[in-house]
Design a protein around this ligand. Structure first.
Ligand SMILES: Cc1ncc(COP(=O)(O)O)c(C=O)c1O
Length: 386
């Protein structure tokens, strides 16, 4: 068999490799604690499950949904954006549901990029900001995110030759993997940058509802002028414990949204209507389940951060996301340290290098295991690595 060359350009999806290692250890009888993938361990809120059950029992949902999304889903997303972020959106032209944020990010790259174009992608960053453009035949220009710059990319450092062929800028705050929140004034700077260079901004808003210490994350679309230059991907996966449900929306610039929709009518048949009904229940539901979740993550974050500091790791305490991003101890690479932690402590953490070249020298811990497992993991790391 011969397979397309585009697949050779991307490494195997990083968590596929981690899952293989965990399975091998478990087969040996080792009690492995995985703090690798960021997949909320707590159940989806009950009213969301009830809405799905009710929707699934209604035969009207059993046929192909409209790819454009139900009126109710688009209205709920518009209402949520108005109330939560102060952003006005036209449900008819500026919102389309997506089968998860990952689908939207991957397909938006196909909508915006031709061979010879370039994508500007944060480094470290969520892997589809790289694989999406590569599958489109475009090149990726990495934008390093460094702690000394508050994990904000230096847009002034992008060479003119790259700017000339760049057609998309991916951003994501609160940020995976660094846990950083958007620096003051950065989104405003991005809007003028995008205008000047005619680049579409794709802000991946996967973690706005998962924040701590009183921090409230903004939408990129709340920035004056943002809708002229960008779209936002809003996922229900992390905030509402719905990773398995594949429920998200893409919102913002009408022309970009309608073009994305045109692509999608050719590659999928829309989001199951019962899931759209569940999405409505989540978006219109009370904020109480979110607050409860965030209190749990705050406790876990504090546990992990203080344990790492005790063993001498200089780590910032993130105000958002479900990740702690920390430098590896001296003498280690990202991979050698993560292998050591797996071998010595049977704890899975992800090497920063998996998120791009600037992730080398770091590791990421996901806070998505039950409290007692996080406590046990932290205890093992303290014992084996002190
Ligand atoms: C930045 C970012 N965007 C998108 C996603 C995926 O979201 P979804 O489950 O909606 O595809 C993730 C998941 O880890 C993420 O970290």
């Amino acid at each position: 068999m011969r397979f397309a060359k585009r697949l050779d350009q991307v490494p195997p999806y990083l968590f596929a490799e981690l899952e293989r290692k965990i399975a091998a250890k478990r087969r040996e009888g080792v009690d492995v604690i995985s703090l690798g993938i960021g997949d909320p361990d707590l159940p989806t809120p009950e009213p969301v499950i009830a809405a799905l059950a009710e929707g699934a029992r209604d035969p009207a949902t059993h046929q192909y949904p409209t790819n454009h999304g139900s009126d109710d889903f688009r209205a709920a997303a518009a209402g949520f954006y108005r109330d939560r972020f102060g952003v006005e959106l036209d449900p008819a032209s500026e919102i389309v549901p997506a089968l998860g944020g990952k689908e939207a990010v991957g397909h938006v790259a196909l909508v915006l990029l031709d061979p010879g174009d370039a994508a500007l992608s944060p480094d470290p960053g969520y892997p589809p900001y790289t694989s999406g453009p590569l599958f489109a035949g475009a090149e990726v220009h990495y934008l390093p995110l460094e702690r000394q710059n508050a994990f904000q990319p230096d847009l002034d450092s992008i060479p003119a030759a790259v700017l000339a062929k760049a057609n998309v800028l991916f951003l994501n705050y609160p940020n995976n993997p660094t846990g950083a929140v958007v620096p003051d004034g950065f989104f405003e700077m991005v809007v003028s940058f995008a205008r000047e260079h005619e680049i579409l901004v794709v802000h991946d808003n996967a973690y706005s509802e998962t924040t701590y210490d009183g921090y409230v994350a903004p939408s990129f679309l709340a920035t004056p002028g943002a809708k002229e230059v960008g779209v936002e991907v809003f996922s229900l996966s992390k905030g509402y414990n719905m990773t398995g449900w594949r429920c998200a929306a893409i919102l913002g610039n009408a022309e970009a949204i309608q073009t994305y929709w045109r692509l999608k009518t050719n590659v999928d048949s829309g989001l199951f209507e019962a899931i759209q009904m569940a999405g409505v229940a989540a978006l219109e539901g009370p904020g109480e389940p979110l607050a409860r979740m965030n209190a749990i993550y705050t406790r876990r974050r504090d546990l992990v951060v203080s344990a790492l500091r005790e063993i001498g790791v200089d780590v910032p305490s993130p105000k958002g996301t479900i990740y702690v991003w920390a430098p590896v101890p001296e003498g280690h690479t990202s991979t050698s340290f993560c292998e050591l932690v797996l071998e010595e402590a049977a704890v899975v953490i992800s090497p920063g290098s998996m998120y791009g070249p600037s992730g080398e020298g770091f590791f990421r811990i996901a806070l998505t295991a039950p409290d007692d497992r996080i406590e046990e993991a932290v205890e093992r790391m303290r014992e084996h690595l002190s």
